[in-house]
Design a binder for this molecule. Structure first.
Ligand code: P71
Length: 461
């Protein structure tokens, strides 16, 4: 492990290739965001200056990964890159059986279809949009059992990804263990602000679920980021390596779904991994229907090679230190400017608290959606709504869900932007904050049936 001798961190790489950025005018941005229905998902990427929509598939590859692309074995069956990827998953995550998919939601689809039957309940540490939708499509109902602190943007609790064990045990007692195919544990919790779960809590969840014979399925999309936070914040593990903590987390669960577009530093890809041979057999049957053969699952050979290398890079201490250091640099600036954000800072982005930022806009007029559009207009910085639009409608009543957290996510791709970009972002958020009184809300004029936030359209109220 690299010893940290100085207070400051620096990126553990130098830049070999650059991609130019273009700055547009405010007038142009006002026009294109209106044309995009005030939805940042509907903007063209070339009209964006600094793109903080997501950290998904947007990270920079290393020269080793790029070299790996050239080693792509594009055979239809049995590509050598599949076996490299499988070896890396076994080595760093420890799961026995691997089924590749095109991305995370492909794995969620298969896992949910195999394990969930109509009338089941899936307790978890907060919902994620695609995960919950696949649980519902399989006939299940998601039940939130995360600690209350996770719903409070001002709570400074260091492990807001933790499960409230009393809530979990009440659900098990109320519904019966036979109605709970698994407990869904995410590392980190995206919708709470990229918040980690502690190892102590995960061990307690394991102990409780084992008593009732219930599985734990792990959404391991940002597991290495979670492991880094455990190392930093959880005393007993301060001398463990990130890799050791990652392995320990995985060993406390029965299987996982992964969007490799985040931690694993690739543009596309994912997998599901399990220790149970029966689930593996079922998943191998399903993958050929929906994703591709069981040795590529929708990925090219080159993608699998880049993933194998990316997994190894993701657990390096100095990589994670710089990655999360950059997120915290931006967050700290915003705190100094007095901007309301979710605290403590998480791992993959900074989350603005739109309810406090725009207190005069009622939640039904979409304060976070409005704020994301205003930041784009101010500077060309693209962010993402994570509030009432993302929460969707209640599947039984058809009414909007009104989540406690009404957030705008400034998500940082890995190894892509510099501290100077972060300064520009912070200054833009500050200038929108100074003019917040003059900002009005939106009304929704088009609403798709599923995952509405991707394609919904709005007009100024
Ligand atoms: C993110 C994404 C991508 C995304 C997905 C849905 C709405 C908006 C943006 C994807 C995740 C994730 C977690 C914890 C599963 C997926 C799905 N996140 N679990 O944060 O964060 O993976 O995109 O590869 O299908 O921008 P997938």
């Amino acid at each position: 492990m690299v010893l940290v001798k100085h207070k400051s961190w620096a990126e553990p790489y130098k830049i070999k290739v650059v991609e130019p950025l273009f700055i547009t005018t405010r007038e142009f941005r006002e026009k294109v965001i209106a044309e995009a229905g005030y939805n940042t998902f509907l903007l063209r990427s070339e009209d964006v200056y600094i793109d903080l929509l997501t950290d998904s598939g947007t990270s920079a590859m290393s020269d080793r990964q790029m070299a790996g692309l050239m080693l792509g074995d594009e055979a239809y069956a049995g590509s050598r890159n599949f076996y490299h990827m499988e070896d890396a998953i076994r080595k760093y995550y420890g799961y026995k059986y691997v089924v590749p998919t095109h991305q995370g939601r492909g794995a969620e689809h298969i896992m949910s279809s195999i394990l969930i039957k109509a009338g089941d309940f899936i307790p978890g540490n907060m919902y994620f949009t695609t995960t919950k939708l696949h649980q519902e499509l399989a006939g299940g109902v998601f039940v939130d059992v995360i600690v209350d602190d996770a719903h409070d943007p001002n709570s400074l609790f260091p492990f807001k990804g933790n499960v409230d064990l009393n809530k979990l045990e009440s659900v098990i007692k109320k519904e019966g263990a036979n109605k709970i195919p698994y407990v869904a544990i995410a590392t980190t919790v995206n919708m709470a602000g990229g918040q980690p779960i502690s190892l102590e809590n995960l061990r307690a969840v394991r102990e409780l679920t084992s008593r009732y014979g219930i599985r734990i399925i792990h959404d391991m999309t940002r597991v290495a980021e979670n492991a880094f936070m455990i190392k930093m914040r959880e005393e007993p593990f301060k001398d463990w390596s990130v890799a050791e903590i990652v392995k320990e987390i995985c060993s406390l669960t029965d299987g996982a779904t992964m969007s490799a577009k985040k931690d694993a530093l690739v543009s596309i890809g994912g997998f599901l991994a399990v220790n149970d041979e029966f689930v593996f057999e079922e998943a191998r049957n399903m993958v050929v229907i929906y994703e591709g053969l069981h040795t590529y699952g929708g990925m090219a050979g080159r993608d699998m090679e880049a993933m194998a290398i990316g997994i190894e890079e993701s657990v390096q201490f100095d990589h994670m230190h710089a990655r999360i250091g950059q997120v915290h640099y931006l967050g700290q600036k915003l705190i100094e400017f007095g901007i309301p954000i979710v605290r403590p800072l998480g791992t993959h982005g900074v989350f603005l608290n739109a309810k406090e930022f725009l207190p005069h806009i009622p939640q039904e007029n979409f304060p976070a959606q409005t704020l994301a559009a205003e930041i784009y207009i101010d500077s060309g910085v693209r962010s993402m709504e994570r509030g009432i639009v993302s929460a969707g409608r209640d599947s039984t009543t058809g009414e909007h869900r009104f989540p406690e957290l009404e957030l705008v996510r400034l998500t940082i791709p890995r190894r892509v932007y510099t501290q100077a970009h972060m300064d520009v972002v912070a200054e833009s958020v500050q200038s929108v904050f100074e003019t917040r009184q003059g900002i009005n809300g939106l009304k929704m004029v088009y609403e798709p049936k599923h995952l509405r936030f991707f394609q919904a359209r709005f007009e100024k109220k």
